[in-house]
Each structure stands twice: as C-alpha cells, then as structure tokens.
Write a protein that binds this ligand. Structure first.
Ligand code: SF4
Ligand code: SF4
Length: 899
C-alpha cells in the first residue's frame, strides 16, 4: 500500500487522497456538492461557516469536513439524514442574515455557492430578514460591497490580508453590528484597496460582487493576461451576448500569478469590445479614411512596401504573440531585405539585455518568480512593482512576511518603500556611483563570494581597479545617500539572513543616457556576490509589456536573428536553409535610429504593428516630424491612434482574446494564448495579415518566397522551435498546464527554473567596469529648475491605449496628475488638485497637482499615460544611451507654472 495516501469511502464511493488531506478534499475529489461557504479552494480552511458537516461511521457528532483529517478506512456520508438536517438549519440561519433581494450577476459566479446550497437543502435562494442595516458601498468602480448579503465567513479578509497582503478590509464590530469594514469605517474608495478583486472572486454570497449586468456565462477559456510582463493566467469568461465578462478569474494551474491577479488582469479586458475598435481595413484617399476590402487594403500596403524596399523599417508589437512577431521579422528580413525590425524593448530594457548578453551570454531574467518568495534579501532598484507588476509585488510582500530583507533603491517613494527594511533615495542619475560604492564595501569587508569569482568569472581584477575612486565618502557625496545605508545595503545583499539574494530592477536605471553602465554596475555586484544560479537568488530585469521577452526571442530586434542568433556565416546558412532566402548580414536600425532615418531618407516606409511611437517616443514633436516625412506608412492595430492618423493604410488586427498563440513572460515562461471569441468585424490575427503582406509584396517585387502559408499559429511556433535550440523541446501540446520556461532543449526537458547553475552561456561571467559619468543629459537650471521623472500607474497601462477604454479604470484614474513635493507646492502657491503647466525645452502639458512627499523637493513625476491631450513625452528628452540608443525618459529639466 502507498503510505503517502489514504483510502476512504464517501457516500459509498471509494477515493484515494494524499496523507494529510481533509475529508472535504475527498468529497471535492468525488465532485459531491457539499456546501463549503467559508472555504476558498486555494486556501486553508477557516472552519467558520459550519456548512460542510458530515456523518462519519463510528464517530459521535457531525464534524466539519474541512477540518477533519482523512484517516485510512473512514466511511463518510454527506447525505446522512442527521447531517442534512443540521446543515439545513445552519444554512437557514445563514440566510436569515441576508436581505431577500440578492441576485447573482453571473450564473457561474462564486456567490452562487450559498444560493445553490440553499436550494439543494430545500430552502429559498435568498434570505428572509425584514431588517435593513447597511447601505451598499458602491464607491469602487468595478464592484460593490453589499453588507446585507454578507455572512461574515471571513474569506474576503483572508484574500485581502493573507493572499494579496494589502489588508484593506477586516471584520469589524461585534454581535449584531459585526461587518466587513475598512479603516475608519469609511468607504472602500477611501481605503488602500487596489481593486484587485481577490475578495470578490472568493465571496460565496455575492456580498462582494462585480457591477456588471447579469448574464449567463457560456464558455470559459484559459489564456494569458494581455497587460504586463508578469504573464498571469486568466480565465476568459464569455457571456451569452458574446462579450467577455468583466471579471476574469485566475487559472488553477497558474505558475506566474500564484493564484492572484491585479485589477487589470481581473477586470480590464473590456477594451476588446470598445465601440471605437477599427474592424474594417482602411485606405486613406484625399486625406479621408475609406473602408475597403482586405484584398484592396493588402494590395495597397504591398505596393507601398515594395516601392520602398531598401528603405524600410518595421516596428513589431510586444503585445502581440510570439508567432505574430516571428512572421513580422521574417517578412522584414526575407521579403524587405533588411534587419530594420525592432520593438519596444528598445525603450525599456535594451541596456539590461545588452549588458546581460555581454556579461552572461543571455539577455533574460535568471530566476523564477518563486525565487522571490524564497530569497533572504530582495534588492529592488528603480522599479515600482506595486504599480507596474502588481502580482510580483505580492510575492515581495510575502517574502517580507517570511523575514526577508527588502531594500528599495528609488529616488521616488514608491509603495514598496512602506514595507522596506531600507529605502535608499539616491539623486537621479547617480546609480553607478551607488552600486560601485556598495561593491567596494563588499570587497573591503570580505563579503564577496571569491570562490564563485575565481571559478566562474573573468575580468575581476580590472573591475576591482576601476572601483578605486568609489569610496563610501565619494558615494555619499555623489548620491546623497548616507554612507551607513550604502554599507548596510551591501552587507544584506551579499550576506542575506537566509537563502540567497534576488536583484530586481526596472526602467528607473535603464532609461538613462548611462543605462548600459547602470546595468553593468548592477551585474558586477551580483557576480562578485555570487548571487545567482541557485534557488532564492537571481538577476531580474522586470519586463514591461506582456510579451516583450517573447518579441525579442522571436527575432524582432535588429541586432539578432530569432533566438538571439548572430549574423555570422553559420547562422545565416542555417536560416537560409530554413527560409529559402538568406537574411541580410548587417545589423539593422533600432527604432530610435529609424525615427532619425525617416528624417534623413534612410527610412521611407514603415510597418507599425500594435505600437504608437507618437505617444511612446521621447520628444513627440520631433517624432511627429519624422513620421510625416515617410513616403508610406502601414499601421496594424485595434484602434486609430496618433501614429495611425498619419498612415496610408490601416489593417485591423485581432485582439488577444480573438486569436491563438503564445506569450513569453518575464521569467522566460512560454504560455498559451487561446481564442475565446471571434475577431470583431473583419479583424484578423497579426500573423495572418503579415503573411498576406509578405506574399503580396514578394509577388510585386518578383521575389520567390516560401514559408508564409501557415494554417495555424502552432506551425509558426514549431518553425521557431526548430531554429532556436532553447525552445526546441516545446510544442503547443507541452505548453498545456501552465507553460514551460526556456531553456527547454528536448521534448523530455522539464524547462529551466533558474539559469547559471553551473555555467554561463558565454562560458565565464564577465565583469565590465562601469564608470559614473554625467548624471543626465539635461540638468536643472534657473530657467527649468525641476527634474522630471516619468513612469506608469497601477490603473493605466503605458500610454493608455487599452486602459483608457476601460471605464472602471478611467474612474479610478481619470486625469493626469503631476506629483510635486509640498515644499514646492507652497512656493508655487498651488494646492492639491490645482492645475499646473509643466514646460520643458521641447513642449508642455497641463495636469492636476498631486502634492506628496513621495517626490523629493525639486522633483516632479508625470505618468506617461495620455489623458486628455496631455502626454509626458511631449516633455522628455531625445538624448540616448550611446550603446543601446535608449532615450533618457527618466530625467529632464522642466519648469512648473500655476494656471
Ligand atoms: S479588491 Fe483587493 S485590495 Fe480591495 S478589498 Fe478586495 S482583496 Fe482587498
Ligand atoms: S500582474 Fe500583470 S499579468 Fe498579472 S494580472 Fe496584473 S497586469 Fe496581468
């Protein structure tokens, strides 16, 4: 007999369950519908509701199944008359707490649990209490809190406190006055609630329920969130009217989210149905858009591309699938004969990728998300994870609860600072000095991992020599950080209290003119400490968009072929054999060079897919001038936007819920994207459009091409896997059940949780000296005395193209706020909510003052979402990191004017 399992009988059915499992687990395994109102399927039992009472042969009383350990040979009856009678009484009592009006929003929502249990026990669905004690709290945009429907089971407070670790709600009051409440007995909107919906998903009665109009759910499809690079699994729920239910739920086999979602993943898929989706191909004639057939639009697009071969650039989408990206780069290389293909990684993590390729030989995060929860120290640099990667921030909070040290390095007080053991607030642009000073402490105090350095790295001696000037005195003077804090950060990072250390960074250190030096300084420190290659350690650039990792992997970068293959003869031969055409051997232009190329004639036609450079490029007036110079522009997207307005042809693309494919998240996990609904109108998947465009352009050019006749995206994935050894072992079939992390070189390989356990892809890890140079290209002066910093918000994604079309998000963040320190606000004579004009040498915007000490005196923060006519990139500076050409979005000089 297997001693790791026990065998019991429930309602005369035998069942085998793991040792230590509860009787309720056995009941659920058999699919017996036993009430369990306070039991969240993913959490430990609370034992609060007493609705899962069962009869056990030879045992007195009626135990709660959730708290009853299963023992070998146990005989359980859920339908025993005594158990049914007492459960009925408990349910009746529970219903008596409710008002009679409760109706579910969706038939399959969790709060059916109480209604269904009541009906099965011969009771009405709703309660019969004549009293009315609480007004519903409708202050949140996506859901209501209706305390009249609350049975005080406590599932929501566990979801908020123990799962999300936010603690916005708790059980307050006593006896008859007991209720779910927020701090100060105020409204939900005034609390720290982030609208993540974890509590709504778990509520068994509908006391917490979405605001959407009720509808029957006809289909559920597991897919991957279309927003950030965390890549949480979501279940798309299709209503009988064909629309997506606003409340998505998490996927049971979800490795990325660990059973949690943020507000965008749970509630914000409604942009798919937005009334202003473009769903018919368009051609511009005489300055006016005309609806045309696909054939006409594709022929016009092919004509424009063909006549500009040799002067072409493609901007692929990090929101589209790997398969979409693979076909777009193939079109660019095989048909258009250029490597001018890039995507938004240029604007976020190109310094990280380049530095990691040079130092390690791989440009990806080394660890998995679970390592954050196992680490003894988390060093989070230039990243506002709570806003940008909320589900990763939950893992950070869980790590802190387990005793891990959290060090936050950020000039701005981000939410994580509240949980940090140490917050380092360096002067913007002084990161290299800070990391090098930390490195000196590590070496001076003998905290480095010299075994690792000796056996696994090269270039150590040169790097140590380069650190000579970076004393603690120098570090303190340049960065403004007290020397004791610099030293403490170095000590905790090198010698965490347990396990290893994870180094996590965001665009706060990459979007600078010295972005690549910053990334090298980070990596040097990690190499010297040996903090990678084992559980609980690692180096993690947090990727922005949902598929920015995959878009680069698929080859949408001008510096490499798919799978980061180079342009050497061997790789070119290999791709020529596969594609029947040899890719060009020279590196192409990066996106920022393409913009310059529009002005100097190197680029005359562009194919822009799912991107909006006239919102994302720095110095938007300059970018607009560049786009206006183009002879021909094709835009492929869901919506008309600033760049699309300048296009000659618009090709309507299918949204993520309307197509199949894969996304690759920030931990290198390739995950399935599955079609849940038909594409809107005539919209088509990006890969299909790109294939048609490739074939028609080639025909006009008289080029014979093969390999654009895919019937389904799995064929594209298989081709990509055949060309890139790191995913050769993957297939759609193998990605079922939560995806796989590359490298996964063979069909039997389980995927790779962490990199660099034994070696680096380049052989030895390489130290690359990094020097502190100018803090920024543009520093404050008497005319422009403030330092502008830009970033994202929890309730909007990037420029807001998708999130501005989700009403609930707009209600949460309706207007552009300019964060200013109280000292500056007083000097300017502006109150919180007052209007401000922000002016740089390149442009201006207006916004509403948010007076907060989250920014230091002399600093201003503006999110780069476009709300109204205001967009931060009218202000930002088109100065570039010389190596990767990433623009310096994070620092420029501005002045503030009270309006
Ligand atoms: S929505 Fe999220 S943050 Fe708000 S109360 Fe519910 S669990 Fe807490
Ligand atoms: S954390 Fe990112 S991937 Fe996860 S639900 Fe939120 S937006 Fe989607």
């Amino acid at each position: 007999m297997d001693t790791a399992t026990v065998h019991i009988t429930v309602d005369e059915s035998p069942v085998e369950i793991p040792l230590g499992a509860s009787v309720l687990d056995a009941v659920n395994r058999l699919g017996i519908p036993l009430p369990q109102l306070c039991k969240d399927p993913d959490r430990s039992p609370l034992g609060a509701c007493r609705t899962c009472l069962v009869h056990v042969e030879g045992q007195r009383g009626l135990p709660a199944a959730c708290h009853l350990p299963a023992r070998e040979g146990m005989v359980v009856r859920t339908e025993h008359p005594d158990a049914v009678r007492v459960r009925r009484a408990v349910l009746d009592l529970t219903l008596s707490m409710l008002t009679p009006s409760l109706e579910p929003a969706n038939e399959r929502d969790s709060f059916q649990e109480l209604g269904a249990a009541a009906i099965r026990h011969g009771l009405g669905r709703a309660g019969h209490a004549p009293h009315h004690r609480f007004e519903p709290d409708v202050s949140k945009s996506f859901f209501v809190l209706d305390r009249e429907a609350c049975i005080l089971c406590g599932r929501c407070t566990v979801a908020c406190g123990d799962v999300q670790r936010i603690g916005a709600i708790s059980l307050a009051g006593r006896g008859h006055d007991a209720r779910v409440g927020v701090f100060g007995d105020s409204t939900m909107a005034s609390s720290v609630c982030t609208s993540c919906g974890q509590c709504v998903a778990t509520c068994p009665t509908g006391a917490l329920r979405p605001k959407e109009t009720p509808a029957r759910i006809v289909r559920e499809v597991e897919t991957t969130c279309p927003y950030c690079g965390v890549g949480c699994g979501i279940t798309l729920r299709v209503r009988e009217d064909g629309r997506l239910a606003t409340m998505a739920d998490d996927v049971p086999a979800n490795h990325s989210s660990g059973g949690t979602l943020c507000v965008k993943g749970r509630f914000a898929t409604g942009f798919v149905h937005s009334g202003d989706r473009i769903t018919t191909p368009l051609i511009k004639r005489d300055g006016m858009w005309r609806e045309v057939s696909w054939d006409e639009a594709l022929e016009a697009a092919a004509d424009g591309l063909a006549r500009n071969r040799g002067h072409f650039g493609a901007l692929a989408s990090a929101k589209a699938t790997n398969e979409d990206g693979f076909v777009i780069q193939k079109l660019t290389r095989v048909v258009m004969g250029t490597n001018n293909v890039d995507h938004c990684t240029r604007l976020c993590h190109s310094p990280s990728v380049e530095a990691m390729l040079v130092s390690m030989g791989s440009g990806a995060t080394s660890n998995s998300y679970e390592d954050y929860e196992e680490a003894g120290c988390l060093l989070v640099v230039g990243a506002d994870a709570s806003a940008n990667h909320p589900v990763i921030a939950i893992r950070f909070r869980r790590a802190v609860a387990r005793g891990a040290r959290l060090i936050v390095i950020n000039p701005k007080r981000v939410e994580l600072c509240d949980q940090a053991d140490l917050w380092i607030r360096q002067k913007p642009g002084t990161d290299v000095a800070l990391f090098n000073a930390m490195a000196r402490v590590m070496l001076d105090e003998g905290l480095g991992n010299l075994d690792f350095v000796r056996t696994r790295t090269e270039g150590f001696e040169d790097w140590v020599r380069s650190l000579e000037p970076y004393t603690l005195d120098y570090g303190e003077r340049v960065t403004g950080v007290p020397r004791a804090d610099i030293a403490q950060a170095a000590r905790w990072y090198a010698r965490p209290p347990f396990s290893g250390s994870c180094r996590i960074w965001g665009m706060g250190i990459t979007q600078h003119i010295n972005g690549t030096a910053n990334a090298h300084a980070v990596l040097n420190l990690s190499l010297a400490a040996g903090q990678m290659g084992f559980p609980g350690s690692g180096i993690s650039p947090l990727r922005g968009q949902n598929n920015v990792q995959g878009c680069g992997d698929a080859g949408c970068i001008p510096t490499n072929l798919p799978g980061y293959a180079g342009y050497g003869e061997g790789d070119l031969d290999r791709f020529e054999r596969a594609w029947g055409a040899r890719p060009p051997a020279e590196q192409g232009l990066v996106v920022t060079e393409m913009m310059e190329g529009c002005l100097d004639g190197r680029v005359r036609a562009m194919y822009v897919v799912g991107e909006n450079p006239l919102l994302s490029e720095p110095d938007l007036h300059h970018a607009e001038k560049a786009i206006q110079q183009l002879d021909f522009l094709v835009v492929q997207d869901l919506f008309m936007h600033e760049t699309a307005e300048h296009a000659h042809v618009f090709l309507p693309a299918a949204a993520f819920a309307e197509k199949d494919g894969t996304f690759t998240n920030s931990e290198r996990r390739v995950q399935r994207v599955r079609q849940a609904i038909e594409p809107a109108g005539q919209a088509r998947p990006d890969w299909w459009i790109a294939c048609e465009l490739a074939k028609r352009t080639a025909r006009r050019l008289g080029i014979r091409v093969t390999g654009f006749d895919y019937h389904q995206p799995s064929e594209i994935f298989d081709e990509m896997a055949s060309l890139w050894p790191s995913v050769r072992g993957m297939s759609y079939a193998r990605l079922e059940g939560g995806g796989l992390q590359w490298p996964c070189p063979t069909p039997e390989h389980p995927g790779t949780r962490y990199l660099y356990g034994d070696s680096f892809p380049r052989g030895k890890g390489r130290f690359v000296p990094a020097l502190q140079t100018a803090e920024a290209a543009e520093l404050p002066d008497p005319e422009y005395p403030f330092v502008l910093n830009t970033g994202r918000l929890l309730y909007h994604w990037h420029g807001g193209t998708l999130t501005r079309r989700v009403q609930g998000l707009l209600e949460l963040a309706p207007r552009l706020e300019v964060a200013v320190n109280p000292v500056d606000a007083r000097r300017l004579g502006v109150d919180d909510g007052g209007t401000l004009r922000v002016v740089s040498r390149r442009g201006e915007l207006t916004g509403y003052a948010h007076v907060t000490d989250a920014v230091r005196p002399g600093a201003v923060f503006v999110p780069f979402v476009k709300l109204g006519d205001s967009a931060a990139n009218f202000l930002t500076n088109a100065a570039y990191d010389p190596s990767t050409k990433i623009p310096e979005y994070k620092v420029c000089a501005v002045r503030l004017e009270r309006i």
